[in-house]
Ligand binder design. Structure first.
Ligand code: ADP
Length: 405
């Protein structure tokens, strides 16, 4: 029998998250993560789904190589080792694929060099992703390693959406354009939304709102992305947990000239100390809702700014698409925070958008409609599954390369 398992690796600068999936039915065999790599008290947590019992350790894991070897050792204890003939491929999340990578790609030396060439536009993410790929390759050089890019789904954006209105030569010299991120999630959720509506992805126009700690919106026409809210980096667009999202770029010169701040300080301010946490000191929507219930004004204002921005993007993408069949909420906030969903579409009845209070209050893991049955535009909660999407794309590519159906 041909191998059907795919290991999905998401390598961050100090962490590795992993899932082993069986692609016959997309089920999980094991999930886990290694955190605080490079520190004295690194932590590994591993859960084989056969027992559901999490185990692990706290000890120094010096680098990604050691982390992956530790993961391999845990998997081996469950009979799921990386040397198993049932492992078909390893799928890697890669944050930045630039303009070049429009689809998942089997990794070779040329592909690695190209991902490396993109480090200046993704200094935080691509080096860690590369380390993960190199380490996995060294461990199983015979196995296909597939890079699945966060940017790929957005490469269908027209130039009118992808370009900034700045000097063209400067933009081209520094590869400055809007790339977008969370593409794996936007691809998965837009397709799952079409499925929920019982229609082919080619037939439907969807606004996807991925609201996690990072947050982004996308306008998807017939299964293809035509606009998205993140840009050169994940800083642009919606108000996020710790990122400002859209802002007059002159704020930056002002902080440099008048505030005496350096580029690095402003980078940290806008990426790590802004958004919800900058506005009210909390970036967790649960905590913000709790504070609002106690009458906390700063939390209320942070919520209002968050929702105002979200509503602006719904309106903008409605205009970009012309006809909208569905608005889909996903990720931590989108899937769980009913008040955010209700507030984001409040007052948009003229656009055919309404949320049914009772349906919106229902909790669950399955994709579901929260708009009334007769609504002109469906409003949906569609849980994202980036690991399944990475595994699906990886498996499809490997099977196609081997000429198997
Ligand atoms: P990321 O993958 O970007 O780290 P997630 O998609 O896991 O983020 O989302 C994390 C965020 O989801 C948390 O910061 C929190 O604001 C929000 N969240 C999670 N659960 C709930 C909940 N039950 N109610 C409201 N917000 C929630």
């Amino acid at each position: 029998m041909s191998p059907t398992r795919v290991l999905v690796l998401n390598s961050g600068s100090s962490s590795v998250k992993y899932q082993l999936l069986d692609m016959r039915d997309g089920s999980r065999l094991a999930v886990g993560l290694v955190e605080r790599i490079g520190e004295e008290s690194s932590q590994l947590k591993h859960t084989p789904l056969a027992t559901g019992e999490t185990r692990g350790f706290t000890a120094a894991v010096p680098d990604h190589d050691a982390a992956l070897k530790a993961v391999a050792a845990e998997l081996a204890k469950d009979g799921l080792g990386l040397d198993s003939p049932e492992l078909a491929a390893i799928g890697h999340r890669v944050v930045h694929g630039g303009k070049h990578f429009t689809a998942p790609t089997v990794v070779d030396d040329t592909v690695l060099a190209e991902i490396e060439r993109l480090i200046p536009v993704a200094p935080l993410h691509n080096p860690a992703n590369l380390t993960g790929i190199r380490t996995a390759r060294a461990l199983r050089p015979d196995l296909p390693q597939v890079a699945v890019f966060d940017t790929a789904f957005h490469t269908t954006m027209p130039e009118s959406a992808a370009r900034y209105a700045i000097d063209v030569r400067t933009a081209d010299e520094h590869r400055i354009r809007r790339y977008g991120f969370h593409g794996t999630s936007h691809a998965y959720v837009s397709r799952a939304t079409a499925e929920l509506l019982g229609r082919a992805p080619e037939e439907v126009n969807v606004i996807v709102l991925h609201l996690g700690n990072g947050a982004s919106a996308s306008a998807v026409r017939g299964g293809r992305c035509v606009d998205t809210s993140m840009g050169l980096t994940p800083l642009e667009g919606l108000v996020m947990g710790t990122r400002s999202g859209d802002m007059d770029p002159a704020v930056i010169f002002h902080l440099m000239r008048v505030g005496g701040m350096s580029a690095d300080e402003i980078d940290t301010l806008l990426n790590k100390k802004s958004g919800l946490i900058g506005l009210c000191g909390d970036n967790d929507m649960r905590e913000i809702r709790r504070r609002i219930d106690e009458g906390d004004e700063a939390a209320q204002l942070a919520f209002d700014i968050y929702v105002h921005r979200l509503k602006k993007y719904i309106g903008a993408y409605y205009a970009v698409l012309g006809r909208v069949d569905a608005v889909a909420f996903t990720a931590g906030v989108g899937e769980n925070a009913a008040p955010v969903r209700a507030a984001a579409v409040a007052g948009l009845e003229a656009l055919g958008l309404t949320v049914d209070g009772e349906l919106n209050a229902v909790r669950g893991d399955a994709p579901r409609l929260i708009s009334p049955a007769d609504a002109r535009v469906a409003v949906a909660v569609v849980p994202t599954d980036e690991e399944l999407e990475i595994a699906t794309q990886t498996y499809a590519l490997v099977k196609a390369a081997q000429g198997r159906p």
